[in-house]
Design a protein around this ligand. Structure first.
Ligand SMILES: *Cc1c(COP(=O)(O)O)cnc(C)c1O
Length: 339
């Protein structure tokens, strides 16, 4: 059967044979008792990689961010967050629902930073009329864009001077580190807490980590238990994460190269507008609405999956190689010549 090229997301990656073997061979124990050696190893490894005292393994990035926000903020507190940020828009309002924490969304700038002057305007005065502003959340990468290192230093300074904690939704943080050719700690050292997804481009089936101080992670562990994230022989899953961190980080640059090749190819079609040069593994393409739906159907009939829309997000990952990019471009070309 012809290979299915799935460009909808890097969450569609499947564990390789070697990763599955590592999962099968993992020593396990009851992680709620702290007894799972593989989970413990993954948590220690990640804390060290990102330069924190401690880390906590969670079943999803949504839960890692949720327990992070709930560990920083209490009932009646507020967090500042990007309007299109995952921690505001795509997590079901969890911080408000479970923690009575109010989000204050702010528009992203075109480079995916939050303008700190605009953020400052949203910080509430110390007055009984207002929620207590406690936390600033950033996202890196955001829509495939890397936050500039100089901006992270400014954000740290800003958070410090306004008495805010600083959290990074670093679902794809290692894409940024690989792209910027820096150790991940050059990014994470500016933050009080960081979440990282194993189940995106790193290719693990499940899992995210939250990092912070020991005290912070103790608090997060309690929230994780309440959220139903205390898992038992979770070493089976953690083993995939260890494999991913040991084998699938440097190769993210291949995904970035493939995204560049894809974007260069798509730029040659007059019917498409490609949004800038991709920095990491995402390409955004604009197409007239109806044409876009037809294109998505045409592609899907040929075993190529994309999410239809006026702006189509195409994501490269370890399930896609250079040949797949060529097949994708040829198929788009035959759509525009025949339809
Ligand atoms: C995927 C993602 C998450 C976590 O999502 P889960 O599906 O819950 O793992 C968080 N932030 C960003 C930016 C993401 O892309």
């Amino acid at each position: 059967m012809e290979k299915i090229i799935d460009m909808r997301s890097d969450t569609v990656t499947k564990p390789s044979e070697e990763m599955r073997r590592a999962m099968m061979d993992a020593p396990v124990g009851d992680d709620v008792y702290g007894d799972d050696p593989t989970v413990n190893r993954l948590e220690e490894m990640t804390a060290e990689l990102l330069g924190f005292e401690a880390a906590l393994f969670a079943p999803s990035g949504t839960q890692a961010n949720l327990v992070g926000i709930l560990s920083h903020c209490g009932r009646g507190d507020e967090y500042l967050v990007g309007q299109q940020a995952h921690t505001y828009r795509y997590e079901g309002g969890g911080a408000a629902v479970f923690g009575s924490v109010q989000p204050q969304p702010i528009e992203f700038e075109p480079d995916s930073t939050l303008d700190l002057a605009k953020v400052a305007e949203k910080i509430k005065p110390d007055d009984f009329h207002f929620a207590r502003t406690r936390l600033l959340c950033l996202e890196n990468t955001q829509n495939g864009k890397c936050l500039p290192l100089s901006y992270l230093a400014e954000a740290r300074q800003f958070a410090h001077s306004h008495n805010l904690a600083l959290h990074l939704d670093g679902a794809r943080l290692l894409n940024a580190a690989v792209k910027q050719q820096v150790p991940p700690t050059r990014i994470t050292r500016h933050f009080d807490s960081v979440s990282l997804c194993l189940s995106k481009g790193l290719g693990a089936p499940v899992g995210s980590l939250l990092c912070g101080t020991g005290v912070f992670i103790d608090e997060a562990r309690k929230w994780r238990k309440m959220a139903g994230g205390g898992m038992r022989q979770a070493g089976i899953l953690a083993a995939a994460g260890i494999y991913a961190l040991e084998n699938n980080v440097e190769r993210l640059s291949e995904d970035h190269d493939n995204a560049k090749r894809l974007s260069d190819g798509l730029r040659t079609f007059d019917e498409l507008t490609v949004d800038g040069d991709p920095q990491t593994n995402m390409v955004f393409v604009k197409i007239a609405r109806e044409r876009g739906d037809n294109l998505a159907n045409f592609l899907s009939d040929r075993n190529i999956l994309v999410t239809p829309g006026e702006t189509v997000r195409l994501v490269t990952h370890l399930g896609i190689d250079g040949q797949d990019i060529d097949r994708f471009l040829e198929t788009v070309s035959s759509f525009f010549t025949s339809c």
